[in-house]
Design a protein around this ligand. Sequence first.
Ligand code: ATP
Length: 236
Amino acid sequence: MSLLTVEHLNAGYGSLQVLDDVCFDIEEGTITVVLGANGAGKSTLLRALSGMLPATGSARLDGHELLSSRQRRSVARLGLGHVPEGRGTFGGLTVEENLRVGGHHRPAAEVEDAIKEWYDFFPRLAARRDQLASALSGGEQQMLAIARALMAKPRLLLLDEPSLGLAPKLTGMLFGELRAIRERLGMTVLLVEQNAHLSLEIADDALLLTAGRMGPKQPAAVLREDEQIKNAYLGA
Ligand code: ATP
């Protein structure tokens, strides 16, 4: 069953149109990666879906229209989580306060359990729980941004370049765990990632965005073996 259905999505910045009639859908419970060159519009797509950027067309999450102005402010309540590229934290709040903000829609007891769970997963965050987010390294801020989004237990998680700023070892660990996290939370993931090697390893499906136009969805396993993809994105 499709959890997200996107039809004729157009978005851009002022007179610059970036996304051009984008259509695709995402099956519930899957990890889908969007691959594309720099500037293809991958981040713009996630910003449009989460209401950070005005867009036309349609994007329905479990039947609920995300793009209507009424819904834009409450996409989180509909079950959408977004980890934007770079920083996705409140610098003036501590690590723990950031996690609590992430879980504020959930019952208090669940929040305490979830905080413990993510501290176990990211021990560096546990060690820095009382520090301001602005004092963390880039990698630590990335971990916090991901943990904060997961605190809300989103049905659909939009992840923009999670490997950015993370040491290779931690990226490997995060990608290795993403499937387990997805299963634990019963989550669906839409991932934008430069690291095509790792993302195609863990993804079920893949989409190619070329200059704002979306190609057909394909099984990630097929793209892993595709010569053109290997040349363009896998450095083979
Ligand atoms: P990258 O991997 O380099 O981030 P991307 O596929 O995510 O690439 P986007 O960041 O979505 O690409 O950018 C798509 C186009 O929109 C680019 O031409 C970019 O210069 C432009 N763009 C992005 N952000 C803005 C902005 N805030 N204002 C104006 N133009 C922007």
